[in-house]
Design a protein around this ligand. Structure first.
Ligand SMILES: [Zn+2]
Length: 299
């Protein structure tokens, strides 16, 4: 059985022409009904929980967000207009990644139809990220003794700067980021391992870099859980990402990451991460590849 995490709040109303493709979550769930028709799967939801980010992020920042009273500069860095729906969606999606990780520990593999808010730092958000679902889930599971060491393996085209800073002091929460050197953020704080790649990268050199980084991280850190950010903004059609990876290359990446972890009996929780195209269906079709790979490999 392949566990999936989703909440109806994920696609929430944004002003017309907002750059963030917020409709992709619902559209993805609809597409998966067909893709996963022959695969045993089940949906789970996490309910919004304001105490969860309050435990891991700066109390003033969390309170400012929940009361919609963040300073304008901080709200602008995040990039969303503040609203009740944004709060509900943020809280549900953050807890959703933790739920996905718990399901992965039980079932070997679990997927979240959201997540990957890797630009969120302890006391500020950025780049459409408010609270850092990956860093919070890793710390929670290690703190609770459910995992001994968690690897956040981030293949979004953007570097996981927030994850890097939030996990910097945690020897058992490891951050690895494989990203485009010239993409956002301009300032890239050190992850435990950063693989910064040149723009214009095509399938084979990209897949070689991902394979090398993953093999090194699994061998060196020996995690007992992997949180995989499967951002699709590495694709050639992405309007923000600087790589030129094809759809076939993207599918190969997801297959190789999932299969290498599962071959070592390491559970994987995957989140969909970023993907930016005005053609919403184009982005959704790329996110569907992660689920295709998972359906082939589900234990
Ligand atoms: Zn991204």
């Amino acid at each position: 059985m392949l566990p999936l995490v989703y909440h109806p709040s994920y696609s929430f109303p944004l002003p017309a022409n907002h750059r963030f493709p917020v409709g992709k979550y619902l559209r993805l769930k609809e597409g998966l009904a067909e893709d996963l028709a022959a695969v045993a799967h089940r949906y789970f939801s996490a309910e919004p929980d304001p105490l969860y980010p309050a435990h891991w992020h700066c109390p003033d920042y969390v309170q400012g967000f929940l009361s919609q009273s963040l300073p304008a500069t901080m709200a602008r860095r995040i990039g969303f207009p503040m609203s009740d729906q944004l709060i509900e969606r943020t809280l549900a999606a953050n807890k959703g990644t933790l739920l996905c990780a718990e399901l992965a520990l039980d079932h070997g593999l679990a997927l979240h139809l959201s997540g990957g808010y890797h630009h969120a730092h302890y006391a500020q958000g950025g780049g459409f990220c408010i609270f850092n679902d990956l860093a919070m889930a890793a710390q929670t599971l290690v703190d609770q003794g459910k995992a001994r060491r968690v690897l956040v393996f981030d293949c979004d085209v953007h570097q996981g700067d927030g994850t890097a800073t939030m996990l910097a002091q945690h020897p058992d929460c490891i951050s690895v980021s494989v990203h485009a050197q010239r993409n956002y953020p301009a300032r890239k704080p050190d992850s435990d391992l950063d693989v910064a790649l040149p723009e214009g990268l095509t399938d084979q050199p990209y897949l070689d870099a991902v394979t090398d980084a993953l093999d090194l991280a699994l061998r060196y850190y020996q995690p007992d859980l992997v949180l995989y950010d499967a951002g699709v903004d590495i694709h050639a059609d992405d309007e923000l990402g600087h790589f030129k990876v094809s759809s076939q290359g993207l599918l190969h990446r997801d297959r190789l990451v999932l299969s290498r972890c599962l071959a070592k009996d390491i559970p994987v929780a995957a989140v969909i991460g970023g993907g930016y195209q005005r053609d919403l269906q184009g982005v959704v079709n790329l996110h569907r590849l992660l689920f295709k790979a998972a359906a082939e490999l589900a234990p």
